[in-house]
Design a protein around this ligand. Sequence first.
Ligand code: ADP
Length: 390
Amino acid sequence: MEHKSDLLNWYNHKKLDNNADLQNYFLDYHPEMPVFYYVITRNGEIINGDESFPEIRGNVLRLINGWNPKNKEVRHETIKMGNGKSMSLLLSGKSVFKNNVYIGTIYTGTNITMQIYIVKVLVTVLFAISVIFIGLSILLGYYMSGKAMVPIVNAFQRQKEFVTNASHELRTPLSILQSSLEVIEADEREKLGEFSLQVFDDMKDELRRMTKLINDLLLLARSDANAIKLTKEWFPLTPIIDELIRKCRPLAEKKHIKFSTNIQGNIAIYGDKERIIQLLFILLDNAVKYNIENGYINITIKHEQKNVKIEISDTGIGIPSEHQKFIFERFYRVDQSRSRNQQGNGIGLSIAKWIVDAHGGTIHVQSEEGKGSRFIITLPQTTNLKIGVK
Ligand code: ADP
C-alpha cells in the first residue's frame, strides 16, 4: 500500500506522540488483504492507516463515522466509485482500551466486489442449469410416460371400441326380442295362465332394463369418442315435466309418492330436447327409486340471472356426505347393500352430468342421509330467454 504517507499528510496529523499507545498497538496489525485500515482516535483523528484506493477514502470515512463495532461485527457496504462502478466492501473494526479507557478504534475493509460478482455469476449459471435440467426432465418424463402409456391407451381404446361395437350389435337382437314379445302379447296374452303371464311380464321388464343399459353404455362410449352432436332448439319445459311425471307415476304410486311442481311462467330453454328429457328422467327416476313410502318429490324451475335453474328434491334415503362427490362418476353406487333392492348400475348420474356439461351447465347435490336429496342444475341461456313458448 503506497498511499500511507499520502493519507497521513492528508490529515496533517500533529499529535502522534500523544497517541503513541494507540499507534503502537496497531504496529503489530497485519491484515492479509486489506483495502484500507485506519486507526482513529476517540477524537476522530486518523493517526495511522493505509489504503489501496485513496479515491474511496471520503466515502469510507463517512461510512465508519460514529460506528463503534461490536465484537466480530462485520458490515457489508457498497460504495459508488468515481467511474460509475460500485465497490462491495466488508468492513470490520475493533475498539481499543487502555486501563479500561477507550482510546480509539481500528477500522479495516476488504474489497469483495470480485467475490460477489463470482457468486452472482455462479448463482445465475446454477439457476440456468437447474432450469435446463428441470425442462429436460419434464420432457423426458413426458416422453417416457407417453411411451409407458401407449399399451394402456391402446387397451383402453380397444375396450371402448368393444363396448361400442357390443352395444351396437346387441341393440338389433334386443329390438327383435322386444317386437316379438309385443306380437306374442297381442295374440296370445289371454291364452296364458297366471304363472306364464308373470314370467312373460318379468321377461318384458328384464328386456326393458337390458335395452336401457345397452343404450346408456352406447351413449357413454359415443360421448367418449365425441361422436354425439347436440341438436339445439327452443322448447318449453312445462309439458316435458308433465309427461315425465306421468311416466314416473306408476312406480311412484306403488310407494304412495306425491309430486309437486313450482315452475316460473312457461319457461323455455335452448338445448337438445331429447338429452334434456333424458337428464330430467334420470333425476326423477332416482327421486322415485330412492324415496321412502309416502314420500314427496318437488320440481322447481326458475330463471336465475342468465341461467335456468332446475331443482329436483325428494324426501328419500339421502346420500351420506362422504359419497356425494363420487355419485356423478361412472358405475358408482352408494353402499351396495342399500341400493341392491333398487335396479340400477351407477350410470344414470354420469350420463346426467355429461348432458349438463355438454350444455355448459352445472349440476350438484345437497343431501342429508335419512332426510332427502336435492339435485340442482343450472343451464346457461346465452341468447335472450324466451318465456311463454307454446
Ligand atoms: P343408479 O341409480 O343406477 O345406481 P345413478 O348414477 O343414477 O345410478 O346413481 C348413483 C348412486 O347415487 C345411486 O346408486 C344411489 O346410491 C345414489 N343416488 C342417486 N340419486 C339419489 C337420490 N335421489 N337419493 C338417494 N340416493 C341417490
